[in-house]
Design a protein around this ligand. Structure first.
Ligand SMILES: CC(C)(COP(=O)(O)OP(=O)(O)OC[C@H]1O[C@@H](n2cnc3c(N)ncnc32)[C@H](O)[C@@H]1OP(=O)(O)O)[C@@H](O)C(=O)NCCC(=O)NCCS
Length: 192
């Protein structure tokens, strides 16, 4: 199993042209997952509007894909025009794909991407009853400091090193190839 594969799927950054896949994923979240993700109940039209702004302000969106469909995402967003010391992260894994280690993997990538951009505080707005989210944050406790309640994690300040930047760059190259394969597969499916 390569670093990019979990349970037969692949993880890569989404392109801004893939907003539709991001939207479809969020729409497939059940009522409880939507509430956990957005901290309140949300309608389909709220999700439509939210998804249309996927790439706003250069947000980074990692996705777990199976057969070209997005089944989980991790979003890393700046809190101002430029990457600064603070950023916000959010995670969503579709119900049938939860508890298979996908959220844990995505959180590792988001922490690394945040560090590579000089982020020191990573805010994750999370309901205090969200035990799964707390469990995956605990698995990264070497990198995170906890504040339970609405906000659960603050990234431990570590300067990005050559290795962490290289790993993200290498992943991006593989991610690019995976995205090209997804586009080709989709074209073939439509043509068939
Ligand atoms: C929270 C979420 C992102 C986690 O993703 P995931 O892929 O299910 O997480 P993982 O499989 O990597 O890890 C889940 C962990 O929670 C643990 N867990 C499950 N139920 C639990 C509970 N009730 N109490 C404590 N731990 C629990 C699992 O055992 C697992 O830990 P382990 O691998 O050590 O056994 C996902 O469940 C989700 O999208 N939920 C809905 C939206 C949401 O809550 N988003 C977060 C708000 S930002």
């Amino acid at each position: 199993m390569s670093e990019h594969q979990i349970s037969g799927g692949t993880i890569r950054k989404l392109w801004s042209s893939e907003t539709q896949k991001f939207r479809d994923h969020l729409l497939r979240l059940d009522k409880n997952s939507r509430r956990m993700r957005f901290a309140h109940a949300v309608s389909d039209s709220f999700i439509d509007d939210y998804a249309s702004r996927m790439s706003d302000m250069g947000a980074i969106v990692y996705a777990y894909l199976e057969d070209g469909e997005v089944r989980a995402v991790a979003e890393l967003r700046k809190l101002s025009d430029l990457w600064g010391e603070e950023a916000e992260a959010a995670f969503s894994v579709e119900p049938g794909y939860q508890e298979q280690g996908i959220g844990t993997d995505l959180m590792g990538r988001v922490i690394r991407a945040a560090r590579n951009r000089g982020v020191h505080s990573l805010y994750m707005s999370c309901l205090s009853e969200n035990r799964k989210m707390q469990a995956i944050a605990r698995k990264h406790e070497a990198a995170l400091r906890f504040e339970y309640g609405e906000v659960i994690g603050e990234i431990v300040p570590v300067t990005p090193d050559y290795f962490s930047i290289l790993v993200e760059a290498m992943e991006d190259r593989v991610g690019y190839l995976l995205a090209v394969l997804d586009v080709r597969r989709e074209r073939q499916r439509k043509a068939a």
